[in-house]
Design a protein around this ligand. Structure first.
Ligand code: PBG
Length: 335
């Protein structure tokens, strides 16, 4: 005799509470809010520029004046923070990336202006040398070798310049050893004890960064991978050690990058450490979703929300994403 479903399940039916929209809403465990979104934007030199990024349809590179306008709109939408990245002209690039320390570089000029116009939006400054080096690496390169300690020195000085410009959070993303402690020390000894650090502690050597490299113009100069400093995507325990070390050195928060390929890392960090965990839904993740959506192969908007929600479910308290404005608009309609 075949068993009935009730005999098989013992009368337990998971679908009871999935029957109606109201009941699904009532038992929903995770919610995506505008408060979860950090908008990642690209800056370039010039005036009145809003240039499409070829590898990321729907994303544009803004000159500072345009970026300020766009960010004010994001503030109106309720987005709590932004993270600017710069596309630097080759004229400022140097072997050692020293332009990161210039108080008037693109990012610092933008931060200063934004903080005057909209002091209440959080500003997360990415601290890494790659936009500023002639070779596109995050560290100083000599004879084919990335020089860790010299790079740390430079990036700490760069972080100090960002703090002076008005950055609220420094986000070191170069994966050099000792950078968190060095930056914390540099900030503290210069009166910036209140500037926080969110460490890209678990940054994997990922192929999902390529559209970003195209956006900031480092694709053509970078002719190698970054495997000697980013984490091998095969390793999770190593990512845990990296996170632990960065917390010991003084990181206030942790970042996982890229996002969707690393949901397991997010969850492990969340389980192990009581610090806010963020993720960066990177350019390749954006490009994938966008391209499939343009082709009509997926409903881009729904897939976008689903990925953002997945980050929340995994344990993130916030997400850096190129979709922030789009997602915020959608969430406003739903709310
Ligand atoms: C490097 C940096 C990267 C990204 C932002 N800063 C990675 C890289 O180019 O190696 C990638 C962001 C993205 O893909 O959206 N410090």
């Amino acid at each position: 005799m075949n068993k009935t479903v009730d005999e098989i399940t013992g009368g337990r039916r998971m679908r009871r509470m999935r029957r109606f929209d109201w009941s699904r809403r009532l038992i929903r465990e995770n919610h995506l809010n505008i408060d979860d979104l950090v908008w990642t934007i690209f800056l370039c030199e010039g005036i009145g520029i809003c240039e499409p990024v070829e590898t990321m349809p729907g994303v544009e590179c803004f000159s500072v004046d345009v970026a300020l306008e766009k960010v004010l709109y994001a503030v109106d939408l309720g987005i709590p923070a932004i993270a600017p990245f710069s596309r630097e002209p080759s004229s400022v690039k140097m072997e050692n990336g020293a332009y990161i320390t210039n108080p008037d570089n693109l990012v610092n000029r933008f931060i200063r202006k934004l903080k005057k116009l909209a002091p209440n939006i959080g500003l997360i400054a990415d601290a890494a040398l790659d936009p500023y080096t002639t070779h596109g690496h995050d560290g100083i390169l000599r004879d084919g070798v990335i020089l860790n300690d010299e790079s740390v020195e430079m990036v700490a000085e760069g972080a100090l310049a960002q703090a002076k410009a008005g950055a609220d959070i420094i986000a070191p993303s170069d994966m050099m050893d000792g950078r968190i402690g060095a930056i914390r020390n540099r900030l503290d000894t210069n009166g910036f004890q209140d500037v926080a650090i969110i460490s890209y502690a678990t940054k994997f050597s990922s192929f999902f960064y390529n559209p970003y490299r195209n956006a900031i113009g480092t694709t053509n100069v970078l002719n190698e991978d970054k495997n000697t400093y980013y984490i091998d995507p095969a390793n999770a325990d190593e990512a845990m050690r990296e996170a632990e070390q960065d917390l010991l050195e003084g990181a206030d928060m942790l970042m996982v990058k890229p996002g969707l390929p690393c949901l397991d890392i997010i969850q492990r960090l969340k389980d192990r450490f009581s610090v806010p965990i963020f993720t960066y839904q990177v350019s390749g993740e954006y490009a994938m979703l966008r391209a499939a959506s343009i082709k009509g192969w997926i409903n881009g908007e729904q897939a976008m929300i689903e990925t953002l929600l997945a980050f929340k479910r995994a344990g993130c308290c916030g997400i850096l994403t190129y979709f922030a404005v789009e997602a915020a608009k959608k969430l406003r309609v739903i709310a």
